[in-house]
Design a protein around this ligand. Structure first.
Ligand SMILES: [Zn+2]
Length: 268
């Protein structure tokens, strides 16, 4: 079925994606994690869109750096703008501070999203989830990537595993919009952890073809990530065995396996 929205990637920096959600009927647009204002303003002008909301997942500058300039842009356009962000982090100019299970209603877009707390990459990181019969989608910032997960800058392995488990429990058809094109590098690591995973081998071939043509590999889905992403597969014997090979003191638990493969990836 045709959706009411389009979700478009705006490329920023070397490998960031700023996601633009647009209501097709009125061109009202929300931006997720606009780290760079210029690319966003160019996009809005080119497609004659009016910016009504900014959704922030966490405080890192490559996700927040465009806020101030976008506020000025909206003032010039006389467009009301609301900025949403995590309650547990300091986000400049944040109008609505969000915690787990808060609902973000964007009337101009006719869309509603639920907030999921996903600490780990940063202390107060949140994700935005929209569920519908036709298409569910998730904006997860730097928590879950295709084939990988964010580095643990501020949180513990226990927090990150818990956050990833929440995301893995969303409907399998959920489209996952993460904030970086890290897929190929992540899959090189995933194949080292699970060299015999046939779904992963096939997915890696598809990703290589897409990247050779400079095509984005995002969105991914919860279904594919559960089959290929080692950080969602820490209960699998294959992943546990590889973690033990890398670090023999690793116990055969999800948490110990996660802790070891996250440390392994940091050095990979
Ligand atoms: Zn980050």
């Amino acid at each position: 079925m045709n959706s009411l929205y389009t979700i478009t990637a705006i490329k920023a920096f070397s490998d960031n994606y700023i996601w633009a959600i647009t209501n097709k009927s009125n061109n009202s647009t929300a931006l997720v994690d606009p780290g760079d204002a210029k690319v966003c303003i160019d996009f809005l002008k080119q497609h004659q869109l009016s910016l009504s909301a900014i959704l922030i997942t966490h405080h890192h500058p490559d996700h927040t750096g465009g806020i101030e300039e976008l506020i000025v842009y909206c003032q010039q356009q006389q467009c009301p703008l609301t900025i949403y962000g995590p309650a547990n982090e300091v986000i400049s100019h944040c109008d609505v501070k969000l915690i787990e299970n808060d609902l973000v209603n964007l009337p101009e877009l006719n869309i509603s999203m639920r907030v999921i707390d996903v600490p780990g990459h940063t202390f107060g990181h949140i994700a935005y989830f929209s569920e519908s019969d036709t298409q569910s989608f998730l904006f997860c910032g730097d928590t879950l990537f295709s084939g990988g997960c964010g580095r643990l800058f501020e949180g513990s392995p226990t927090q990150m595993l818990n956050s990833l488990t929440k995301l893995a429990n969303l409907p399998e058809t959920t489209k996952v919009y993460c904030a970086h094109e890290y897929t190929q590098a992540n899959l090189n690591f995933a194949l080292t952890v699970e060299p015999q995973n046939d779904v992963l081998i096939n997915y890696n071939n598809q990703v290589r073809e897409l990247r050779e043509k400079d095509i984005s590999t995002i969105p991914t889905s919860i279904k594919i990530e559960k089959q290929i992403n080692p950080f969602l597969r820490c209960a699998q014997l294959s992943v546990q065995a590889s973690a033990k090979d890398f670090s023999p003191s690793t116990k055969s638990t999800e948490l110990d396996t996660f802790t070891t493969i996250r440390r392994w990836k940091d050095q990979f």
